[in-house]
Design a binder for this molecule. Structure first.
Ligand code: BGC
Length: 714
């Protein structure tokens, strides 16, 4: 870090320069000299030429040549020649799109997640991206929320592990990254995007902030604040969260960026009366970079002059922005060597497509199989449904990914079989489709086949930002089509696309096998074909519980007990117990669940000692045997439950996992170490420690079917 350079630049900056340096605008402002924003945020962003060519950062641009043109134009027009830092949402790939993060989580494969982020970073870097707005580590327990697709699910420990893996990949690929959205955004009430969150102190500390704390260990360059109101205060106004916790307790000294227009949204929240108050609040909370609103450029100089924001604070914030540029090498290379040739070579190259395919194979989850899968290649299968030929399978936030470059199921199957399969669409995939005029043709084609593969689900853009749903069943007339297909009495396989856990209660009943493929990305069709025909063996496990009906939401595995417990799998005993009179408590498919073509058996679970003294290390061992003739991978999961505690503990908490390859007929011994830290939590008096007493230690292939041993901490 060249501190002298930063100091000498800072010395020559006026207050106006600094306010601009702390502002991030859309690249269009630079490209087309627009003076006002047309992107629909709450702020009209009236900017002068000086504001635009003094802005510290731009976001959202289109590739190597575009980035270079923006940088060149900016530098030629800018007065102080401080290079721009260019940021982009590279969420699950740049041009080569791998599965959505929720799917990557289901791989339970951290190295794979790192490799995915690495290929994204390599492509992004050649295309002019300095920093990606990823990873998103919001804890997401409500399937209605559209942004569950960007998270790695309902477990904070997994979110932390995957967040760190993604950061390692971005850094290895040579770009900076931004952990988001700090904090609590995933708890949006009723799953409605941008909605209010209300999170207890305990829950925030233990669950919602956990993954951020973990991610900071890998030194991400930025943290993004969230849009939401948290316990009555907009996050961007929450000094306890932003100063005491993030800067203080967590020790983060990188750049904090607001979310898009969110500083200005404090007015809409009913917190700040005007833009001046927004700027004062955000700056005093050390939001270093204001994304897509202009309260800083218009108000910070005045606020410093009036003494409402100290100049020292503005200097500290500007210094962080300059330090970011220094770290990314931008002062020495202000045009940042974007290289069209290299971009063209890297974008979608065979090696990257290979990683994307492997990721898709490992993240699809086999939810049901009565033996119909895998199909023999000689079987005459008809591929029916709106997703059989669909190429829009990249998912939301697909960056520079192109649907025309994605492999559809039909294309993947054709490549594998060396012949065109029977394919009929049958119906549309719209939310409100009612047109069933294609059913007869679909049924006729299916009648001539030995096996029907129904390709159904949720379209790529029915999840993501601002795409929350109140009805999370497979949309439109697709279930009606499935019912018609079922009447043919032939083996029926459902391949289901989704950007969230969908309610699959009908699909489960109607199908002999269900393969959940999420939004699988550029190589989706190849991966699905490999899984259907057994060239790859499913190994994905759910990182989010699948509700039976939307009324169960939020449903998640690590819930608390109640004083009036009710069985998970029964409607009996409903009176005066905690349940529903019309629905079970158990989700349709639990966290950690997923089938394989192999059959794994767990046995011999034991602890090196049933008693643990403080400071001891206990080993938990379990034997997992592959009782089938098919090689496979199994995710062995370790859970704990603290039986009685000063602040009660969840029924289960995932503490470790291992994804292990076990050849046909083979056997492995999986070992996990348990220390005091494994058993620790925030106790009633706020300390983080393990309390003496009894613990259940559980091991298994999902969160329900576990072997249990008792451990006593003394
Ligand atoms: C999203 C962020 C994203 C930003 C920039 C916002 O609307 O909430 O996640 O990084 O836009 O595109």
């Amino acid at each position: 870090m060249n501190k002298d350079r930063i100091n000498s630049i800072l010395k020559n900056m006026s207050l106006e320069d600094k306010a601009r340096q702390l502002t991030q605008i859309n690249a269009d402002f630079v490209k087309s000299d627009v003076k006002a924003d047309a992107t629909g945020t709450s702020d009209d962003l009236k900017l002068t030429h000086g504001d635009i060519y003094g802005a510290g950062s731009v976001l959202n641009f289109g590739g190597a040549d575009d980035a270079l043109a923006v940088r060149q134009k900016y530098i030629s027009q800018s007065q102080n020649k401080i290079p721009l830092v260019m940021m982009q949402d590279v969420i699950h790939g740049y041009r080569t799109i791998y599965p959505i993060p929720l799917a990557v989580g289901c791989s339970f494969d951290l190295q794979l997640a790192e490799d995915c982020a690495y290929i994204a970073a390599v492509e992004a870097k050649y295309n002019g991206v300095d920093v990606t707005f990823s990873p998103m580590v919001d804890l997401a327990r409500d399937a209605r929320w559209g942004r569950v697709m960007e998270s790695t699910g309902e477990d904070h420990y997994l979110n932390g592990e995957f967040g760190k893996a993604f950061i390692r990949g971005y850094h290895r690929g040579g770009i900076g990254c931004c952990v988001k959205h700090f904090a609590g955004y995933g708890a949006a009430e009723a799953g409605r995007d941008y909605n209010t969150t209300d999170i207890s102190e305990r829950s925030l500390k233990e669950y919602y902030l956990y993954a951020y704390r973990e991610c900071l260990k890998e030194q991400p360059e930025l943290v993004m604040t969230s849009f939401n109101l948290l316990n009555g205060v907009p996050v961007n106004a929450d000094s306890r969260l932003l100063l005491d916790i993030l800067r203080g307790e967590m020790g983060f000294d990188g750049v904090v960026v607001s979310d898009y227009g969110a500083v200005n949204e404090m007015i809409m929240h009913g917190y700040a009366a005007d833009k001046r108050e927004c700027a004062r609040t955000a700056a005093n909370n050390e939001i270093d970079l204001e994304m897509m609103s202009s309260t800083y450029v218009h108000n910070l100089p005045g606020l410093v002059k009036s003494g409402e924001v100290s100049e020292e604070k503005i200097n500290k914030m500007t210094e962080r922005m300059l330090a970011l540029k220094e770290k990314l090498g931008l002062f020495d290379n202000p045009l940042n060597a974007t290289d069209e040739q290299k971009a063209a070579e890297a974008d979608g190259c065979a090696a990257h497509r290979g990683v994307a395919r492997r990721a898709a194979e490992k993240s699809c989850v086999l939810l049901k199989n009565n033996g119909v899968l895998p199909l023999n290649t000689s079987v005459n299968a008809a591929y029916i449904g709106p997703f059989a030929e669909e190429k829009s399978i990249l998912g939301a936030w697909a960056c520079a990914g192109r649907a025309d470059e994605a492999v559809s199921i039909a294309e993947g199957v054709e490549k594998l079989l060396c012949r065109k399969p029977v394919v009929v669409k049958g119906c549309g995939r719209g939310l409100f489709d009612s047109d069933d005029s294609g059913f007869d043709g679909a049924v006729k084609a299916a009648a001539g086949a030995d096996v029907i593969v129904a390709c159904i689900g949720e379209y790529a853009h029915f999840s993501g930002e601002s795409a929350s749903r109140a009805d999370i069943r497979v949309p439109g007339v697709q279930i009606k089509l499935l019912k018609r297909l079922k009447e043919l009495n032939k083996p029926l396989v459902s391949v289901v696309f989704g950007g969230r856990p969908l309610v699959l209660t009908d699909v489960e009943k109607l199908s002999d096998a269900v393969l959940y493929v999420w939004q699988p990305g550029s190589e989706g069709g190849s991966a699905i074909a490999n899984l259907i025909y057994g060239r790859a063996n499913p190994s994905g496990k759910l990182v989010a519980s699948f509700p039976r009906s939307v009324g169960q939401c939020p449903v998640y595995y690590n819930h608390f007990r109640t004083g009036r417990p009710k069985g998970q799998d029964t409607l009996e005993g409903t009176v005066y117990t905690s349940g529903y009179i019309d629905e079970l408590n158990a989700p349709l498919y639990p966290f950690g669940y997923g089938l394989s073509y192999s059959r794994f058996e767990y046995s011999g679970f034991g602890l090196s000692s049933g008693v643990m003294r403080r400071g001891d290390k206990i080993t938990a061992r379990v034997t997992v045997e592959n009782k089938s003739g098919t090689d496979g991978e199994e995710v062995v999961q370790l859970y704990i439950c603290d039986k009685f505690a000063s602040a009660v503990r969840p029924v289960k908490e995932l503490k470790a996992f291992k994804k292990i390859y076990i050849p046909a007929g083979g056997k492995v011994l999986a070992e996990f170490e348990i220390t005091e830290d494994t058993l620790a939590f925030y106790t009633a008096n706020g300390s983080y420690e393990a309390e003496s007493g009894d613990f259940d230690i559980m091991a298994g292939g999902d969160s329900v079917n576990v072997l249990t041993e008792r451990l006593k901490l003394i």
